[in-house]
Design a protein around this ligand. Structure first.
Ligand code: ADP
Length: 466
């Protein structure tokens, strides 16, 4: 996994989206439940208070038939009070009757001192204890007795309610966490087939288009459909690719023969140059060299097409490298007219590898040809052969123009040429890609080390048989 959390990914977006919706839904439900519970709790007490407030004047009237009004009110208070429900009457700021419990200094002082008590019951926080309080004018018959205060202790209910809310909040958080995890796992699983498609398609190379197949066993039908579509597209691509290869191979083949003939004729005319003017000689020389270059390009294209289609069969056999390199160096010396040294530290020991004789020569000639092309004629070229552990190492070194570091890993790409302006010698840009493909097909590897204006060393390694 490259990034731990890719915020742009569908997986993260879906998870965050669904989890937020779930959190919002559950949160809203929890808030609504708690509000509703508080309402129910308070409204029961409110009803109760309303009932007492309605009944109180009648009770006072009944009690005070035989005793003074104030005493009657005290009786009524006594009969309606409970330890949690306290009643008192204030007239002109003075308490004229009150529940017995209010004689207790602590509660009494606290409750009797409360100002601004509304008509509609309201919860008051009195130093940690909660009271639902209201005050209404008290009229008994024609007498105005002042204000009737009702107070209901709801501290226990409140504690129960707060505990309940805490549990509800805890349960909601846990539920959201569990839901988010489950959703994340579920979405992760659902996305796996898509990931698999992208993994499979990323490994498909142009050469293996025909073998590429996206196989998904357990996947949602939409993803399976996508996989099938990609599969069909791969088949069409493979066919198109094959047609292109065939066309390239046929065109190269068809053009190579007449061009070789043209080149042959041009060479023979040039050889008998007695009755040709200087200008004609120059024109024919240019035409011959261009024809040769094109023949070489067609040969390279043909080789690549054969390598790509697997039609190039390699004849692997045991080859004594010392002899083969000796022969190749001899050939190269002849056609290039350059000093080419063969340096082998273990000249007395034969190094044998398994390879295709003809193709290995082609590889080495190509590398030597490049060394000749990209170095001054006065400088020498060295081909080294050595053995490192169980590996045979061949190096082609020149003291030429070198290759810039940032382009060293690109020179094996098809048609890649380092800065055309630097390339005095004409080339196709295909040589090294053929070299690399051939070396790898024979089980070897190739690398380059180069310094600008110092020279380049191409190193080929093979597993040695002896
Ligand atoms: P080309 O036909 O252009 O030689 P190659 O595939 O053989 O194509 O090489 C690709 C490019 O790598 C060349 O264009 C050249 O710029 C660079 N190159 C290859 N060999 C050497 C070398 N020995 N020294 C410097 N540059 C090289």
């Amino acid at each position: 996994m490259g990034k731990i959390l890719d915020t742009a990914s569908l997986k993260v977006r879906l998870t965050v989206g669904i989890a937020s919706m779930a959190a919002f839904g559950l949160g809203s439900l929890a808030v609504w439940t708690s509000m509703r519970m508080q309402q129910i709790l308070v409204s029961t007490h409110k009803e109760n208070m309303k009932y007492i407030a309605n009944r109180f004047p009648r009770d006072v009237e009944i009690y005070s038939e035989m005793i003074p009004l104030q005493q009657g009110a005290q009786r009524a208070i006594n009969s309606l009070s409970t330890p949690d429900k306290l009643i008192w009457i204030k007239n002109a700021g003075k308490v004229i009757a009150k529940s017995e419990a209010l004689n207790e200094v602590e509660i009494g002082n606290r409750l009797l001192a409360v100002d601004n008590v509304p008509i509609i019951p309201q919860v008051k926080d009195l130093n940690g204890s909660y009271w639902l309080m209201c005050a209404i004018p008290l009229r008994v018959g024609d007498d105005n007795l002042g204000q009737l205060y009702l107070a209901h202790n709801i501290t226990n209910d409140r504690i129960m309610f707060v505990n309940l809310i805490r549990s509800l909040a805890g349960a909601t958080v846990i539920a959201i966490a569990v839901m988010t995890t489950v959703i994340a796992i579920y979405i992760h699983r659902s996305m796996q087939p898509l990931k698999r498609i992208s993994q499979l398609t990323s490994t498909i190379s142009a050469d293996k288009l025909d073998q590429a197949h996206i196989n998904l066993k357990q996947a949602p039908s939409e993803v399976k459909e996508l996989a099938e579509t990609v599969d069909e597209m791969l088949v069409r691509l493979a066919e198109a690719w094959e047609h292109q290869r065939e066309l390239l191979s046929n065109v190269s083949h068809e053009l190579r023969t007449p061009l070789t003939i043209i080149s042959g004729y041009l060479q023979s005319i040039l050889r008998r140059e007695n009755n040709l003017s200087q200008m004609q000689i120059e024109a024919l020389t240019t035409a011959a060299s261009e024809a040769d270059r094109t023949v070489q390009l067609l040969q390279d294209l043909l080789d690549l097409a054969r390598l790509d289609s697997g039609r190039m069969q390699l004849q692997l056999e045991n080859i004594i490298l010392n002899d083969l390199i000796h022969e190749v160096v001899g050939m190269a010396k002849q056609y290039s007219n350059r000093t080419i040294d063969f340096d082998t530290k273990s000249s007395d020991r034969l190094i044998i590898i398994e390879a295709d004789n003809h193709r290995l020569k082609q590889v080495l000639l190509n590398l030597i040809d490049n060394a000749v092309k990209y170095s001054d004629p006065e400088t020498s070229i060295t081909v080294k052969l050595s053995r490192e552990n169980n590996r045979a190492v061949i190096q082609v070194c020149d003291r030429g123009v070198g290759i810039p570091l940032q382009q060293q890993n690109r020179i094996f790409e098809r048609f890649f040429r380092v800065d055309e302006a630097r390339n005095r010698a004409g080339g196709t840009g295909l040589g090294l890609s053929i070299v690399k493909t051939l070396v790898e097909r024979m089980g070897g590897s190739i690398s380059v080390r180069s310094q600008l204006n110092q020279g380049s060393t191409f190193t080929i390694c093979f597993l040695s048989v002896a």
